[in-house]
Design a protein. Sequence first.
Length: 125
Amino acid sequence: MSTVFRRNRKGSDRDITRLNSLGFSLSAIGTRLKCHPTSVTLRLKSLGITPADTRRAFMEEILESLPLNFQESIADYLEAGHISSIKAYVRELITADVALRHIPAPVEDITSTEVVPTMPTEVAA
């Protein structure tokens, strides 16, 4: 394995580590950064980072870590047709959270130093 520093790298170490931390496959990272998946693997290894294991059931791991009543509630919500799939549900939750945290202040309040909380302080039962 070469340890020579190359200035013509197609993606930065930050790009690769961020996409890896989000759970993208090595192939998907390579496609986005226009490089071979093996290059992605070698870069992660050179940084001491383990590539994300995208073969494992990502949602299974998350759902199993939730209390049973949460799992049942999510299953009921999906079964009732409120949303088409767990993938769509997660996308909706992420989109709502990001939108909540990135709503720009009105022009007249742009100098306001008021801090607006981004997460509820208590969970409704």
